[in-house]
Design a protein around this ligand. Structure first.
Ligand code: SF4
Ligand code: SF4
Length: 437
């Protein structure tokens, strides 16, 4: 017998428990790095917390609660560490967002640009800019009665937009001689994205669809490229449904099989690691470091804030609050610069996406730890995402990607405005200002 009936039931419980225990002291928002960047700056945090707990108790949707829960970066968790009651604000805010959605009030319109199955979802757009369908070496769904596979490698939605890292992961597994089936693309979603706009029923349906597609291969283990998908399959969905396979993250899988990784190349580089909030929440921040340290010549240097104290990449907020995201992103980048490192190794696709457009303002490369490992193994792929966001104009990208766009069923006319909006929002100092549209 499961404790919760479904995802909505779980977050209802978490929200109610939070509201019962929270004293509205405001200590959490006093340390929140996002709070002073919102329209709430200067307001008494105790008043804002009263509005949020009021909403969780069934009260009205106030402007203050709406602004705060939709501005939260979704997990830096600095607030929870300051809370005398040891409360988790992230799950309470998810519960509050579900209440807002349930009241009929719409989330910020930009939220829908991360919605899976949306034709102009940014992940789907960047996948179409970088590859023809025939070049995508993964299944978008499980076929009927597939041959069993011991391991299913699941990309999650982000990795197909940041395609080179997923291809590099597959290249590393191929070199290791691991047998696996790869699933990816935004046809399948773990459901986390739907939680961002409060549709917990949709999130649950997506999670169930993912579990049944993975389970179709009767795997022993699902290896998730994205820690968000891992948390969904490992910690969230099993609260109310049976998940008939183990779930793990790719970094852990690689560490567990370190002896099988055929590292061929020495790389004399000073590298600093940015710990993603999703990785820090799992406490698995040593895995990327162990993989990097296995490469001859790599030396690690730590940023001032690292591991459980790492700073937000601005990624989640980036989706709909560019005004908040850019100042957030620059703080860890400045810390990375202060280390003197030649490379900032990211540990999450979302962080890589956040930092890559700003790389040219700093004196180091921004690369996923997977890309660094892939180079050492000899399976590097070109980082087209960074090439596009690192200074090309909209017209240059459309020309460069014309064949992939057409093969993916889009036209340059419909892609142009989506790309221009992406550049405007995510790539400060870039985009149409550089001569396009
Ligand atoms: S998770 Fe981070 S951004 Fe969100 S409320 Fe807590 S401290 Fe602020
Ligand atoms: S610090 Fe904890 S108890 Fe105080 S307002 Fe924030 S969540 Fe509530």
């Amino acid at each position: 017998m499961k404790k919760y009936r479904n995802l909505a039931d779980y977050f209802e419980y978490r929200g109610r428990r939070f509201a019962e225990r929270c004293t509205n002291c405001g200590a959490c928002l006093e340390v929140c790095p996002v709070y002073p960047l919102t329209g709430l700056a200067g307001k008494d945090p105790r008043v804002v917390m009263e509005k949020i707990t009021g909403l969780l108790k069934g009260g009205e949707v106030s402007a203050e609660a709406y602004e705060m829960v939709f501005s939260c970066n979704g997990g830096c968790d600095i607030c929870s560490k300051a809370c005398p009651e040891k409360l988790n604000l992230y799950s309470a805010f998810t519960s509050a967002i579900a209440r807002i959605a349930g009241s009929g009030k719409q989330p910020p319109p930009q939220v829908y640009q991360v919605m899976p199955k949306n034709r102009y979802n940014f992940q789907r757009v960047f996948s179409a800019l970088q590859s023809k369908p025939s070049e995508r070496r993964w299944l978008s769904r499980a076929p009927a009665n597939p041959r069993p596979a011991e391991i299913v490698l699941f990309a999650g939605c982000q990795a197909t937009g940041m395609m080179h890292t997923f291809l590099e992961t597959m290249g590393i597994l191929d070199k290791m001689g691991v047998g696996y089936v790869a699933l990816g693309g935004d046809e399948l979603c773990c459901g986390t994205a739907a939680m961002l706009w409060g549709d917990l029923n949709a999130a649950q349906a997506m999670g169930e669809e993912l579990v049944s597609n993975i389970a179709a291969f009767k795997p022993k283990k699902a290896v998730h490229f994205c820690t968000g998908c891992h948390v969904m399959c490992w910690a969230m969905l099993p609260r109310f449904m049976d998940v008939p396979f183990e779930s793990g993250e790719v970094a852990q899988f690689l560490v567990d099989n370190l002896g099988r990784i055929p590292i061929q190349k020495r790389m004399d580089k000073l590298v600093t690691v940015h710990d993603a909030c999703s990785v820090a929440r799992l406490g698995s921040y040593e895995n990327p470091r162990r993989l990097l340290q296995a490469i001859p010549g790599i030396r690690l240097v730590e940023m001032k804030h690292n591991r459980a104290d790492s700073l937000c990449c601005g990624g989640a907020t980036n989706t709909w609050r560019a005004d908040i995201s850019e100042p957030l992103r620059r703080v860890p980048l400045q810390e990375a610069e202060a280390t003197g490192a030649q490379v900032l190794a990211t540990t999450c696709t979302g962080c890589q996406k956040s930092f890559a457009p700003l790389e040219r303002d700093y004196g180091f490369e921004v690369r996923s730890y997977i890309s660094i490992l892939a180079e050492a193994v000899g399976v590097s792929q070109e980082d087209n995402f960074k090439r596009f966001v690192g200074g090309m104009t909209v017209d240059e990208v459309l020309t460069d990607a014309r064949r992939c766009i057409e093969a993916s069923g889009y036209t340059a006319d419909e892609m142009g405005p989506v790309l221009a909006e992406y550049f405007d929002r995510f790539c400060p100092g870039h985009g149409r200002r550089l001569g396009s549209m």
